[in-house]
Design a protein around this ligand. Structure first.
Ligand code: ADP
Ligand code: MG
Length: 404
């Protein structure tokens, strides 16, 4: 039975063995041009490690959301080319996932060679909710290999054939990428160094309820910005104009504010807000102005935390030893409303301790605003998976490895 924390070594001597690796190669494509190869780069170390161990490496991954059948727009072929460049060795590409091309390609591998199978989501068994249908597809995948390595953190929260079912059929282990993610996320939930500050933003409170629920009694301070903050401000009795508001979450926000007070968790809300009279759009110059959070005009909407709040958030982060940040502080895609997000990102780079950025848009914001990713303790490659982990949910792709 494989010890999930032992990683690839737990699989023993891999020389000549066919190893199926589930990677996350779901990169943004512009036609056949890869717009951001971050996920391919992140997948390279495990693939290289297996190749250097003498394995015959068979990589499986998905791209986009094809509808369970082949769709050339979502072919992984451009990814195979980029992977080959990054690895510095040829990558054989199979034009199907479990068909004749896959069998021939795998049969043609020598020790240390690498192949990439076509988009696993071209097969409806991959994401089927029917255990038998998924299982039958996983049987086919498993026939291509002697062992399985789970290294796609972005998909470990999915009960899918190439993530979950295949691990029931082959000796399996965690790849280094997944192991590193799990290690960092465990440090956030089990005995974090204090003070522990959680910063939450992004568009909707309802998306983040589980995270707030699970972290509210673990964190020392909770800083809230982004679109979700207006439901909290409203719950405190302030008018929020045309700002994003989830009226059905007002009671929940009130409860969180009360719970936090009971438990001695400090909730920091913005005291000023950057507003405009319309959501930013291409054909209109933004007209930002700063107002007190308690005086948002009826015809305005809040699009960022204000400068006073940004400074207060940065100050609240200055002595933190552990920080988890999810969700931009404002509509950072437009420069006029990026100030709060920039200030929080900047403060995270100065944290003396563990700073973690989770969430797809938050990670994108860090890159778009020009920060050096190395300045952060950890930027999670899997937005949904990291949030579900922090919600305390069991991730099927991890649990299946722990079961052995
Ligand atoms: P993540 O992907 O990091 O979890 P979310 O998906 O929850 O983050 O939220 C990101 C989005 O939230 C961004 O596109 C940003 O423009 C939006 N957003 C942030 N602040 C506001 C706001 N005040 N009003 C509306 N949208 C906002
Ligand atoms: Mg998002």
């Amino acid at each position: 039975m494989a010890d999930p924390t032992a990683g690839i070594e737990s699989l023993g001597d891999l020389t000549g063995k066919r190893v199926l690796v589930r990677s996350d190669l779901n990169v943004p494509l512009d036609g056949t041009t890869i717009a951001d190869d971050g996920r391919i780069r992140a997948s390279v170390p495990t693939i290289r490690q297996l190749s250097e161990a003498g394995a015959r490496v068979v990589v499986t991954a998905h791209l986009g959301r094809p509808k369970g059948e082949p769709d050339p727009a979502y072919s992984l072929e451009p990814v195979a080319a980029r992977l080959s460049e990054l690895l510095g060795r040829p990558v054989a590409f199979a034009t199907d996932t479990v068909g004749a091309s896959a069998s021939e390609t795998v049969a043609g591998l020598q020790d240390g060679d690498v192949a990439l199978l076509e988009n696993v989501r071209f097969n409806d068994g991959e994401t089927s909710k029917d255990d038998e249908v998924r299982g039958a597809f996983a049987d086919q995948l498993a026939q291509l290999a002697d062992a399985f390595v789970s290294d796609g953190f972005g998909v470990v929260h999915r009960k899918q054939a190439s993530v979950y079912d295949v691990a029931l059929r082959l000796p399996s282990a965690m790849g280094g990428l997944v192991a590193a993610e799990v290690d960092v996320l465990r440090r956030l939930t089990e005995e974090p160094e204090r003070p522990y500050v959680v910063v939450l933003g992004g568009s909707k409170v309802s998306d983040k309820l589980g995270v707030i629920d699970n972290l509210i009694d673990k964190a020392d301070k909770l800083l809230i910005g982004g679109g979700m903050v207006f439901t909290f401000l409203k719950a405190q009795g302030h008018e929020v104009g045309k700002s994003l508001l989830e009226a059905d979450q007002l009671d929940t926000c009130t409860r969180y504010l009360r719970e936090a007070a009971d438990r001695g968790v400090e909730i920091v809300l913005p005291t000023d807000v950057v507003v405009d009279t319309a959501f930013p759009s291409g054909d209109r110059e933004p007209q930002p102005s700063v107002v007190p959070a308690s005086e948002i005009p009826a015809d305005a909407l809040g699009l960022d935390i204000g400068p006073e709040s940004a400074a207060a958030f940065a100050a609240a982060l200055s002595d933190a030893r552990t920080v988890f940040w999810n969700g931009p502080m404002g509509v950072f895609e437009t420069d006029a409303f990026a100030g709060g997000t920039r200030a929080v990102a900047e403060a995270l780079t100065k944290v003396d301790g563990l700073s973690v950025v989770g969430g797809g848009d938050s990670a994108a914001a860090v890159r778009q605003l020009g920060f050096d990713e190395a300045a952060f303790g950890h930027i999670s490659t899997g937005g949904g998976a990291s949030l579900e982990f922090l919600e305390g949910k069991e991730l099927p792709g991890i649990a299946v490895l722990e079961r052995g």
